[in-house]
Design a protein around this ligand. Sequence first.
Ligand SMILES: [Zn+2]
Length: 275
Amino acid sequence: MAKYRMLRDLLARDGCFRFESAPFADPATIELAHDAAYVRDFLNGALPEAAIRRIGFPWSEALVKRTLASVGGTLGATCDAFDSGWGGNLAGGTHHAFRAEGSGFCVFNDIAVAIQWLRSKARIERAAVIDLDVHQGDGTAQLFEAEPDVLTLSMHAKSNFPFRKQRSTIDIELEDGTHDQEYLSALDAALPRVFDFEPEIVFYQSGVDPLASDTLGRLALTHVGLTERDHRVMTAAHAHRVPIVISLGGGYSRPIELTAEAHANTFRTASEIFS
Ligand SMILES: [Zn+2]
């Protein structure tokens, strides 16, 4: 949890970002992507013990507020993306959340909620998710598996969590120890397929757990490689004039400062490309 504060402090020091507190997402909006009973039981602290265990955090009022703000932050960033080309949430990217259950530190799937919210308001028809967290975006993949208007790309470590993978529109599985060059080549091959789909908005789950120092990652990327990755994703969105919403995703380096620095680089790259 320490990385969130560190990241905000790093970006505040840069002096080129405007921060806003994330509003709490409305439960009715969350229910556009999630089962209503699951949403209600989580908010009321009534989920069964096994369901809480699968999420991985103990339930508390503070967790409820944090979770609602995390989804609200992505919704706010989505509005910013339509206004200025990009928006960012210094949280979110909770891609292991399914329709009626959470897992892997994810309660609600902020990206899926944002996409369903835009579609419910007829703001868009087609959306794409570029999920470069080292773990497969299994919740997002399953939530949109039967939806031809939402393309999901997940590029992840093959041998890593989740051990039962779901089917994204495009899955790219990487071997343990994958380095910058192989990683970037795989990304270069995948990105044109995303933009050929002609999405009206792209959600970028920019997890930095492919970093070599990550304790849950298994890949071997450097900070330079990750920044290059972010640069390629954002340059492609910019060139195609597709708004992009950046959410944080995972990062568990030891020491955690390495993760905070990598997340900060993602937002610095965005600021450079979009300003
Ligand atoms: Zn992850």
